[in-house]
Design a protein around this ligand. Structure first.
Ligand SMILES: C[S@@+](CC[C@H](N)C(=O)[O-])C[C@H]1O[C@@H](n2cnc3c(N)ncnc32)[C@H](O)[C@@H]1O
Length: 230
């Protein structure tokens, strides 16, 4: 039986796992980079990458067997501008993002992240203030951060965190609070499953503004205040 979830806070998944730089991943490392966090078995990127040959795509995933299956299929398809890496995004991305050449990262997607419904498990959710700061620091002005979920209780705190950071904006033409459709040409696996059942999907496309990234303490404080209005 396949275990559905792993605990990202367990000792094993907290071990730092240095990730190779783009020069070691892609034959043409200077292309705009798309990072998909929590890519699961990779079917979304395996379908998207052939339609975007001028990009490099990187999927990161905490379940190693899924990464191995995705990499096997990628190699069979000979998609050299696509890679999948096993890591805990909350542990391994910060250093990797900080070392990226400036302007390289152009799009980040976090799609249907694991919900971790119980309050005591919220710390296991992938978009934490420290990861948001790392993404905001690496994304150049205009760079995209796209989030989507079928669970309001999951996407609302993600949107609150991103809005509170003050360094992202939503395109003026997008609906509020949620975008009607995906900006991406293809659905993810989870998205296909949800849409087939006629369930709603909540989406926001953010763009990085030139505003500076707040430090972690400032961000956590602002978040606390926004979460508990007087
Ligand atoms: C519900 S699945 C969605 C998969 C895919 N994005 C989709 O939309 O079909 C969420 C994925 O995120 C992965 N994940 C959860 N926490 C993670 C973390 N800290 N680092 C990397 N991947 C993580 C899970 O293992 C799972 O494969």
């Amino acid at each position: 039986m396949v275990r559905q979830h792993v605990n990202p806070l367990s000792r094993f998944y907290q071990q730092p796992r240095p990730l190779p730089p783009p020069t070691a991943l892609f034959p043409d490392p200077g292309r705009p980079l798309h990072l998909d966090i929590g890519c699961a078995r990779g079917r979304f990127l395996l379908a998207l990458a052939p339609t975007e040959p001028r990009w490099n795509h990187l999927g990161v995933e905490i379940r190693r067997t899924l990464v191995e299956a995705a990499e096997t299929e990628r190699k069979a398809l000979d998609l050299q501008h696509l890679r999948f890496l096993f890591c805990n995004a909350n542990v391994s991305l910060e250093e990797w993002l900080a070392a990226l050449p400036s302007g390289l990262l152009q799009r980040v997607t976090i799609q249907f992240p694991d919900p971790w419904f119980k309050k005591k498990h919220h710390k296991r959710r992938v978009l934490q203030p420290a990861l948001l700061r790392s993404l905001a620091t690496a994304l150049p002005p205009g760079g995209e951060l796209f989030i989507q979920s079928d669970v309001l209780a999951v996407i609302e705190p993600m949107a609150l965190l991103i809005d509170t950071s003050g360094c992202f904006e939503r395109p003026a033409e997008d609906g509020r609070p949620w975008r009607a459709g995906s900006p991406l040409p293809l659905p993810t696996e989870r998205e296909t499953h949800v849409l087939a059942r006629g369930l709603p999907v909540y989406r926001v496309l953010y763009r990085r503004t030139p505003q500076p990234v707040p430090d972690l303490a400032q961000l956590e404080q602002a978040l606390e205040a926004a979460d508990n209005p007087a």
